[in-house]
Design a binder for this molecule. Structure first.
Ligand SMILES: Cc1ncc(COP(=O)(O)O)c(C=O)c1O
Length: 403
């Protein structure tokens, strides 16, 4: 199976594909969007005041490395949330504010993946299905993206450990998303430690996409940074990514950060100094206040708990339903009745006006040596981001139309 090698060969992005699928088919009811993962819970109540208080900073070019106030707030959060000690979360050296994690997840390959690894073209390992930015990042850096299936058989996380030695030898970086979009599973401490040990053995980076870490059901998910600290691993091994988009319902603020070793952070800073734009000053200052506050995060999580319970109640005995551990997506296997996610998405739209995303728009067909098939094809992804009332209505319609 030949994978696209150039940006121009990539399929259209997931949401234009969804629009094309539904175009020409009238909705069977009022539009109820459950396709896009755009958090819709209330914004932190103090945000407007903070932005206004610092609006004079719009008159200054913002510092690329971030204002000290923001870097200190981020380092403090890493300490209080994950117990990351000062020598691994020094605001001067270990953290870098981003315009949302997407910026950094893309830049990381350009900044850190070498042109050759052990004399060969480097490989970047990517879970399949995956957040689409990872693939473009790998290609942009001249690396070969390898899509490693994350299926029911592998516990919905990719099994990097069993990849061939020659592939691991040319692997320069691995992306792992935990809590995982779209499957909602969590990489526990042992899983992170295993991956970091593999990375040490084969000398590659771990890019830990942890932007859903604050939306969980029973226990807060660990960070790869914690695992790295507990193992006493080289701090350069892991670069972790966090965001206010999901934690604080601020996808429009464009504010996140990455944290890792001083050399990796310096490379990320250098790349953006040449090519990018730092976060505007007022956004940096407001973000600092948002990272320091947990009350709004707790309130938002409580709303997700209501929605998780609702999903269990409404879809609990539907074939293909699996309660997520974290994040705000349901990854529903619709293959038994509908064959694939596209057919189910179209039927649901036609019957009810509920819009979900076919799983295959987030995945790639697997080559035979990785098991073949397409690990997203059987699924639809359902986002639990609208109001509690709308989510209840949407889930009920899904149950009636697809169940
Ligand atoms: C897995 C994953 N990573 C990263 C992002 C990027 O989020 P942001 O750039 O808003 O922080 C998203 C957003 O949907 C996501 O689902």
């Amino acid at each position: 199976m030949q994978q696209p090698e150039r940006f121009s060969d990539l399929p259209e992005y997931a949401f234009p594909r969804l629009r094309a699928l539904l175009e020409g088919t009238p909705a069977g009811g009022p539009l109820l969007p459950m396709s896009l993962g755009e958090p819709r819970h209330p914004l932190p109540p103090f945000l407007g005041e903070e932005l206004a208080r610092h609006h004079d900073l719009y008159g200054r070019y913002p510092p690329n490395e971030g204002y000290p106030e923001l870097r200190e707030a981020i380092a403090g959060w890493l300490q209080s949330r994950f117990g990351i000690a000062g020598d691994r979360a020094d605001p001067e050296r270990h953290v870098f504010p981003l315009n949302g994690t997407r910026e950094g997840l893309f830049a990381a390959c350009l900044a850190l993946v070498p042109e050759r690894k052990n004399g060969q073209r480097p490989a970047v390992l990517i879970p399949n299905p995956f957040y689409q930015c990872y693939a473009v990042a790998a290609l942009a850096a001249g690396a070969e993206p390898i899509y490693v299936p994350a299926t029911p058989e592998s516990g919905f996380l990719p099994d990097f450990e069993s990849l061939p030695e020659d592939l691991l030898a040319r692997t320069a970086a691995v992306y792992l998303c935990s809590p995982a979009n779209p499957q909602g599973v969590v990489a526990g401490m042992e899983r992170w430690k295993g991956l970091i040990a593999l990375a040490e053995q084969h000398d590659f980076f771990v890019f830990a996409d942890e932007c859903y870490s604050e939306i969980w059901r029973d226990a807060p998910p660990p960070s790869a940074l914690q695992a790295s600290q507990e193992m006493g691993a080289d701090p350069e091994r892991v670069l972790a990514f966090h965001s206010l988009s999901k934690r604080s319902n601020l996808p429009g603020l464009r504010s996140g950060f990455c944290a890792g070793g001083p050399k990796a952070i310096a490379a990320m800073r250098k790349l953006r100094a040449y090519t990018g734009a730092p976060l505007p000053g007022p956004i940096q200052m407001a973000s600092a206040a948002v990272w320091r506050d947990e009350a709004h995060v707790d309130a938002s999580r409580a709303l997700y708990h209501e929605k998780f319970a609702m999903a269990d109640r409404i879809l609990g005995n539907m074939e293909g339903y699996r309660p997520p551990e974290a994040g705000f997506f349901l990854w529903l296997d619709v293959s038994a009745k509908w064959g694939d996610g596209e057919a189910a998405t179209l039927h649901l739209w036609k019957e009810t006006g509920v819009r979900v995303l076919p799983g295959a728009y987030l995945s790639r067909p697997s080559p035979d040596w990785l098991g073949g098939g397409d690990p997203g094809e059987a699924y639809v992804r359902i986002a639990l981001v609208e109001s509690v009332e709308d989510v209840e209505r949407g889930l009920t319609l899904i149950r009636e139309a697809l169940g």
